[in-house]
Design a protein around this ligand. Structure first.
Ligand SMILES: Cc1ncc(COP(=O)(O)O)c(C=O)c1O
Length: 299
């Protein structure tokens, strides 16, 4: 399913560097690190009328990612929050907005890989767009398993939320070609890691499982669902999950800021059928919807 263009986003204003400019003027240099090497970190945020969902956790992850990438001048939390607030005010946006927050290593004095060529400081980009959750969360999605493996810490630690998304994009291409909605990516051992843009969970006989956050992004939504499942008194376990276990699961669903909680109804042609008397996902969705407004931070 392809996201549609929302006409309200035609005239949005975007933060680039230190200023807010109309969408068509929002540009980075051809010498910017994100152009030269995908050398940037990012977060996807969602704005509810109560504020930005778990903004504190997203800003922690952005800082941790930038630190791992050895950015030398990470803007302060206060600076980023103020920039987001200014951008939302300039757009008169109050809810139903997805914000793509990117911090690049900035412009280079000449093309090249060496971060010492970055002598102008990092560059902050804030793109706010009207965007409801992107998947059909009522009917769910179907996925196929990709042949592209998700990065392991041996190669590129998935705990860095960086802009070098080629492996996920290649997986997404495979899912497009196969007519599916998303691609399931495995880790180096053949266990499920995550979908190309969301984390994965399954339930079986009333118990909930999700892969260890070794070869997947440690999603903020994932973290909340683990907390909520435990608060509900459910058995919630992080473990290696094979494809056979997923095919035979009672429920499979994915989580992320973009789509929130989305059922998966088919994997590699296998229908996911609930053979237990337990329906866990509706309970988690209810807890999620009750909790999220309380975790919003006004900017
Ligand atoms: C690869 C990948 N997995 C999972 C997620 C979901 O993470 P979150 O719940 O923090 O939005 C994202 C979001 O950007 C992602 O890019």
């Amino acid at each position: 399913m392809l996201q549609k263009f929302d006409k309200r986003n035609k005239d949005i204003k975007i933060w680039v560097g230190k200023e807010i400019v109309p969408r068509e003027e929002a540009k980075v240099s051809v010498f910017d690190s994100v152009v030269q090497g995908g050398d940037a970190v990012w977060e996807g945020l969602r704005l509810y009328k109560e504020g930005i969902v778990m903004l504190d956790r997203h800003l922690d992850r952005l800082r941790d990612s930038a630190k791992a990438m050895h950015f030398v001048d990470i803007p302060s939390r206060e600076y980023i929050i103020d920039a987001i607030a200014q951008t939302l005010r300039a757009n008169e946006m109050e809810k139903d907005v997805h914000i793509r927050l990117t911090l690049t290593r900035g412009e280079k004095i000449t093309s090249g890989m060496d971060p010492r060529l970055n002598q102008f400081g990092s560059l902050l980009i804030i793109v706010p767009e009207y965007k409801p959750p992107v998947y059909d969360n009522e009917h769910g999605i179907k996925v196929i398993t990709s042949t592209i493996r998700r990065n392991s810490p041996n190669h590129l630690d998935s705990k860095i939320h960086h802009n070098n998304l080629i492996n996920n994009i290649l997986a997404k291409i495979q899912s497009n070609v196969a007519g599916a909605d998303a691609a399931l990516m495995l880790d180096l051992y053949g266990y499920a890691a995550e979908l190309n843009g969301t984390n994965i969970f399954m339930s079986k006989n009333g118990k909930v499982y999700t892969p260890h956050a070794d070869a997947c992004l440690h999603g903020i939504t994932r973290g909340l669902i683990i907390e909520l499942a435990r608060e509900l008194g459910l058995h919630m376990e992080e473990k290696n999950i094979s494809l056979t276990e997923l095919y035979a699961a009672d429920e499979v669903f994915c989580t992320g800021t973009m789509g929130e909680l989305t059922p998966i109804y088919e994997i590699d042609g296998r229908k996911i059928e609930n053979n237990s008397s337990e329906k866990i996902l509706p309970k988690l969705i209810e807890s999620f919807e009750l909790r999220v407004p309380k975790l919003c931070i006004k900017v």
